[in-house]
Design a binder for this molecule. Structure first.
Ligand code: UDP
Length: 406
């Protein structure tokens, strides 16, 4: 029998009936489990999703900016005992590398089980969080939702990891939430059950304060002239190096690179600077580091480039650019084609092809008026499909459904 994939937000969203949005005191208590204290896309999504759950609990494997933000949103914070976390362990690490940590991980799982007993639903916001929470949640008889923010494919995870995660999900997860069909397909290809999956696209706040590009460029100390931007944390699979290589083919074009190596990719960050120098474009690339005003900065550029070389589960920066009304060029991998409506509202280029990226940029920058209509369509699409309220409503419904299960 073919199992049905529940497409939470791309098809008709389930209505939130009055009986389900009960008084806060009748609401289930949720235990949100998240492994990192650092803010990348998955943490920004959780930040925007927890608004209806003030009074619930967040369990973090490590302290950091995220703990403070969740506390400020009204969640009770429980931190794992120091050193118990998995932050030093790469997500694609082999089982052998995890072995020395097994004792501490077991302690962590026990702490999660204790916290889960005080709640009605467990919500694991990352792959590591799910690995550590799945069995404890089941042990204490609580439903567990896995918000899978990754593409479970060979580019990001080893075969054994994919199998273990998909089987664990089939065994334990009440629901697996993914942000795109691409992520759903990868989960199912890894052996995950289609009937467990709900697609809930990431949603973003929609207010973009219009800014003058000239003022923003002056603030950044940049002269007038064509300017593009990349707005992603620095990591080899995010592909900033491809943009630098494309830049070498386009004299006169400048680029701002926004984002930092959040998860230890410092060698890659250094490599980007070296690459810019080697190509003689160092004076045309401005590295701005991690910023908290990405949508504002986007308005300084003529085009946003999203150059990921491996499949993206979603790509919040694509939606941010669409909302900011800035033309987008993205690599055709993972969810980019879904978000850009198959290329109807943005340009798609093959990954790892600086020549093709340079050609697409030349076309776009040569005749900005030609893409203006498409950019307006992109904004309408983002406003319709990728609002934070829409995401919150869909996730709230899934949590209420999980809590209502016998
Ligand atoms: N971002 C940010 N500051 C930066 C670079 C990126 O706040 O300097 C934000 C960006 O605006 C986006 C998120 O980080 O909202 C990245 O999400 P995405 O889904 O694009 O990628 P992820 O980091 O989850 O792989």
């Amino acid at each position: 029998m073919t199992e049905a994939l529940s497409v939470g937000m791309l098809a008709e969203p389930a209505p939130l009936g009055p009986a389900r949005t009960a008084e806060p005191r009748n609401r289930p208590r949720v235990l949100f489990v998240t492994h990192t204290g650092t803010m990348s896309g998955a943490e920004l999504v959780l930040r925007d999703a927890v608004a209806p759950w003030a009074g619930s609990t967040a369990f973090l494997f490590e302290d950091g900016a995220f703990a403070g933000i969740l506390r400020g949103l009204g969640l009770e914070i429980r931190l794992a005992r120091p050193g118990a976390g998995l932050s030093g362990l790469r997500r694609d690490a082999s089982v052998l590398r995890a072995l020395p940590k097994l004792g501490r991980l077991a302690g962590l799982a026990l702490d999660i089980a204790r916290a889960a007993r005080t709640c009605d639903v467990v919500y694991a916001n990352s792959q590591k969080a799910f690995l550590l929470s799945a069995l404890p949640a089941r042990l204490v008889g609580r439903p567990i939702i896995w918000h899978l923010h990754d593409i479970l494919d060979g580019a990001h995870f080893g075969r054994a990891q994919r199998i273990v995660q998909a089987r664990l999900a089939n065994l334990c997860a009440t629901r697996v939430v993914v942000p795109s069909r691409a992520a759903a397909d990868a989960f199912i290809r890894a052996g995950g059950r289609a009937s467990r999956v709900s697609v809930v696209p990431n949603g973003l706040d929609l207010d973009v304060d219009p800014r003058s590009p000239a003022a923003l460029r002056a603030e950044l100390g940049l002269p007038a002239g064509p300017l593009i931007g990349v707005f992603s944390r620095l990591a080899p699979w995010k592909g900033q190096d491809v943009v630098i290589e494309a830049l070498a083919r386009l004299p006169g074009l400048r680029c701002i690179v926004v984002g930092a190596a959040l998860f230890g990719e410092d060698a890659y960050a250094a490599q980007l600077h070296a690459l810019a120098a080697a190509h003689g474009v160092a004076d045309r690339v401005l590295f701005l580091g991690q910023r908290s005003d990405v949508p504002r900065l986007m308005q300084a550029v003529d085009a946003v480039v999203h150059p990921s070389v491996d499949p993206e589960p979603f790509g919040r920066t694509l939606v941010e650019a669409m909302l900011a009304g800035i033309p987008v060029i993205a690599t055709d991998t993972g969810a980019a084609a879904e978000i850009l409506d198959g290329g109807a509202v943005g340009t798609l280029v093959p990954p790892r092809r600086p020549d093709r990226l340079a050609a697409a940029l030349a076309v776009l920058l040569d005749d900005p008026d030609a893409v203006a209509a498409r950019t307006r369509l992109a904004r309408d699409r983002a406003l319709t499909l990728y609002g934070a309220d829409r995401m919150r409503d869909a996730l709230t419904q899934l949590i209420l459904d999980a809590a209502a299960r016998p």
